[in-house]
Design a protein around this ligand. Sequence first.
Ligand SMILES: [Mg+2]
Ligand SMILES: [Zn+2]
Length: 228
Amino acid sequence: MGVPRKGIVSRASPRSTGRQPVELEPGTPAAGARARPAAFLDRDGTLNEAVPDPISGAPESPLAPEDVRLLPGAAASVRELSAAGYLVICVSNQPAAAKGKITVEQVLAAHERVLELLAQEGADIDASRLCLHHPDGVASELAGSCRCRKPEPGMLLDAARALGIDLASSWMLGDTDSDISAGRAAGCRTVLLEYPGSAHKRLGVVQPDLIAADLADGVRQLLDRRPR
Ligand SMILES: [Mg+2]
Ligand SMILES: [Zn+2]
């Protein structure tokens, strides 16, 4: 998992077994601390470019650190959210190890690269939650249903408990319906990022509070709506 960096302590052996999300976080809030709002950010297609599957063309997670590219404006958006007082939490479904494509260590290495590229631009993610599971997984330890895979709200609820987050004043931003469903189920307001090539399928099963062209636009809109 590499050396702990500012804002992130990577546990030597992340909790990745059973039905729990992997946790990467700086620690627990001080007792009596006031609950803070968070911005929960999807990762692929929100912070970094999704990589088209070579066969289907479907947007997929980058599987190696060298394939990770930040989307334009992603780092600036994270900085703006932090400056506005939001804890910035990345919540991401990462089933490639469950599907037997790569190892858990490789999944985590790609995630570390996303965090590293953001940090190089002064953008610190306060904590991450990764769901490594998949219902049709072939790796038995990671196969099956769980409470953390979006559209389930488990990663958001888990982070909220651990970090003292006020969900009602928090936002979930992502490029798929499952991001919006997870955010709503957790009691957050939601921003759907919909741009040409995004993973959003227009299933129309959930209604976001806001629709934005990209993360920068979504952050601008949600900061405009904040009560002052
Ligand atoms: Mg996405
Ligand atoms: Zn899961």
